[in-house]
Design a protein around this ligand. Structure first.
Ligand SMILES: *Cc1c(COP(=O)(O)O)cnc(C)c1O
Length: 397
């Protein structure tokens, strides 16, 4: 029997109906993800204005960092202007240097890859797995065994001669990547692991919070993430020296002194302003509420899509707890045409669904970058549709 015969036909009306049944009478159009300010945001931001602490020094920055470290189970957090800047810092801190190669999934947001190029390094694209949507650790291991040699304890790409210095798994849409599998192979090859946990605040992998699963993790508080500071990001780590370096480099590498301007290396102006941190503190106070709402919403979607033919709802994989930042369905038909039909029909009905990002290796600036076989990531990209996922949709009822 051919594969097409055992596949169920996609049913557009059933897909639109399932979304409608979950979001109920939410005002149309229903956005993909909107922030919610239902806590002490006004009070804390007003405090910044009243006290005059609006910029990169101030009590909310420290409070925000302490709360973040506690959430991620790390000893330290260093807040930054956005997640992209935090990624750049993290890559630099683990020792990524110009002309190195950094392993990144082709199925990610462009910021992961941009940060690699900010270090003067070259992205090296790898494939994803169906279960977690993150890097396929087994495929990565087979691939690296083939293309990498260890010379003086350093992983060298045999073909390009470049050092493969880091690997940046992404917890896509909040679903934790297979960190144990990835740590296994990266530790053996002396490749630094950096978690892009920008979508996964509050998610757990084998009971442990995302962000704190590797030497250094990166968070984002952009307006569309589970908690927002307007714009913002952070690195989280258990390495005190790394945290101190992150703080130093993100504050223009300025040395403490009562009045002199002393800078001991080229740093960046990457610190998060106090006024943004004030928003963040108020938002973090509501994280558990948001998580519960988003998981309730995901459970409703799972139920509503259970009997819908020709697709599956993306669920958290075994041993993980996802924050379900963005809910998603994956169609059996991965031609791309079916996905576009679903996008058109759902958007016409007032549900602002979105496709996943175009594979990074297809973008003009990364087209020449080295890459593994990326068949699975490409198939996911042609068949995945993100559904409206704001916490507010899961709060009612
Ligand atoms: C949001 C995001 C980033 C970057 O965060 P910004 O705060 O927007 O700079 C990086 N990687 C991924 C996967 C993201 O979703």
């Amino acid at each position: 029997m051919s594969e097409t015969l055992i596949r169920a036909e996609m049913d557009l009306d059933a897909i639109v109906g399932a979304i409608a049944s979950v979001v109920g009478n939410a005002p149309r159009p229903v956005p993909l993800h909107e922030p919610q300010f239902s806590g002490k945001e006004w009070i804390y931001v007003k405090q910044c204005l009243d006290d005059g602490w609006v910029s990169s020094a101030g009590p909310f920055v420290e409070r925000f960092e302490q709360q973040l470290a506690a959430r991620c189970g790390t000893s330290a957090a260093v807040a930054a202007v956005n997640g992209t800047a935090a990624l750049h810092l993290a890559l630099h801190l683990v020792g990524v240097r110009p002309n190195d190669e950094v392993l990144v999934p082709t199925l990610t947001f462009v910021a992961t890859v941009n940060a690699v190029t900010y270090c003067g390094a070259v992205p090296h694209f790898v494939d994803s797995e169906i279960a977690s949507l993150g890097i396929d650790a087994d495929a990565l291991e087979r691939y690296l065994r083939r293309i990498v040699d260890i010379e003086n304890g350093v992983a060298i790409n045999k073909k390009t001669g470049r050092v493969v210095s880091a690997c940046v798994p992404v917890h896509v849409f909040g679903h934790p990547a297979n960190m144990e599998g990835l740590a296994d192979i990266c530790d053996k090859l002396n490749i630094a692991l950096i978690e892009d946990a920008t979508e996964a605040l509050g998610s757990l992998y084998r009971g442990r919070p995302c962000g704190g699963l590797s030497r250094i993790g990166v968070l984002s508080f952009n307006g569309n993430k589970i908690v927002t500071t307007g714009g913002g990001g952070a690195v989280v780590t258990n390495d005190k020296d790394l945290a101190a370096r992150a703080k130093h480099l993100s504050t223009t590498a300025k040395l403490a002194h009562p009045w002199a301007f002393l800078h001991d290396e080229t740093g960046w102006n990457y610190r998060l302003p106090n006024i943004n941190a004030a928003l963040g503190v108020a938002q973090l106070e509501q994280l558990d509420k948001f998580l519960a709402a988003k998981r309730r919403l995901a459970a409703r979607y799972a139920e509503a899509f259970h009997a819908v033919p020709g697709m599956r709802f993306v669920k958290e994989s075994a041993d993980t707890m996802s924050n379900y930042w963005l809910n998603a369905i994956v169609l059996d038909d991965d031609s791309g045409a079916a996905r576009d039909e679903v996008l058109q029909a759902t958007r016409a009905a007032g549900f602002l669904t979105r496709p996943a990002w175009n594979p990074m290796h297809t973008l003009p600036m990364f087209a020449a970058a080295p890459r593994a076989d990326t068949t699975v990531a490409e198939s996911i990209q042609r068949s995945l549709v993100n559904l409206p996922s704001s916490a507010i949709l899961g709060l009612a009822g």
